[in-house]
Design a protein around this ligand. Structure first.
Ligand code: GAR
Length: 214
């Protein structure tokens, strides 16, 4: 079985990367991570990749004066590794339109909210402030508008009365670690088709929903 050659872009801790690495250890998992790229040399996720013997690259955004050159360096590294699908996993740089177009329907992202609610930053504090009853994460194909694009999987958790942003973030992170490997599996298995602004999974309207009870 040929596994889908996957590149993961990170900026920090890399716990979602770890969830993907762990998923890829299963014999029947349809993807393999062939490259991890960080835009910061101190991204802790680089150590996770190294421990799993996955090749790593640092493409430091600080080393480029123009975004297009940074994007081109990322693109070159991904192509050199013959990457077929890109996973953004806590990658905190905005990518340019040319890069996004070049990887259209071949690049997915995880975002810590139930999109279209709370795009952008500080999603957990904003969900609390808005009095949300449920909150969660979204795995979606990347489009030019930030935190937008056809949604593959959403994982939701309850918001509890004594939550603060950290407690809620931890509950969401646990469901992220289930949602991202599931989304990558579905895409790598060829079960996901983009239809306009949404997806079909096994021919039925997506997304897949994981609704945790606690
Ligand atoms: C995750 O919560 C992810 O959803 C979020 O950053 C965190 C990265 O954690 N991504 C974004 O906010 C993207 N805009 P990790 O490095 O431990 O996977």
């Amino acid at each position: 079985m040929a596994r889908l050659r996957t590149g993961v872009l990170i900026s920090g801790r890399g716990s979602n990367l770890q969830a993907l690495i762990d998923a890829c250890t299963a014999r029947d998992y349809p993807a393999e991570i062939v490259l991890v790229i960080a835009n910061r040399a101190d991204a802790a996720g680089l150590d996770r990749a190294a421990r799993a013997k996955i090749p790593t690259r640092v493409v430091a955004h600080r080393g480029f004066t123009e975004r297009a050159a940074f994007d081109a360096a990322l693109d070159a590294a991904l192509r050199e590794a013959r990457v077929e699908l890109v996973c953004l996993a806590g990658f905190m740089r905005v990518l340019g339109a040319n890069f996004i177009d070049a990887w259209r329907d071949r690049m997915i992202n995880i975002h810590p909210s139930l999109l279209p609610e709370f795009p952008g930053l500080d999603t957990h504090a904003r969900a609390l402030a808005a009095g949300a009853k449920r909150h969660g994460c979204t795995v979606h194909f990347v489009r030019n508008e930030v935190d937008n694009g056809p949604i593959i999987v959403q994982g939701s958790v309850p918001v509890l009365p004594d939550d603060d942003a950290d407690k809620l973030a931890a509950r969401v992170l646990a469901v992220e670690h289930r949602a991202y490997p599931l989304a990558l599996r579905l895409v790598a298995d060829g079960r996901v088709r983009v239809r306009g602004d949404s997806v079909e999974i096994d021919g039925r309207p997506g997304p897949v929903r994981l609704d945790a009870v606690a």
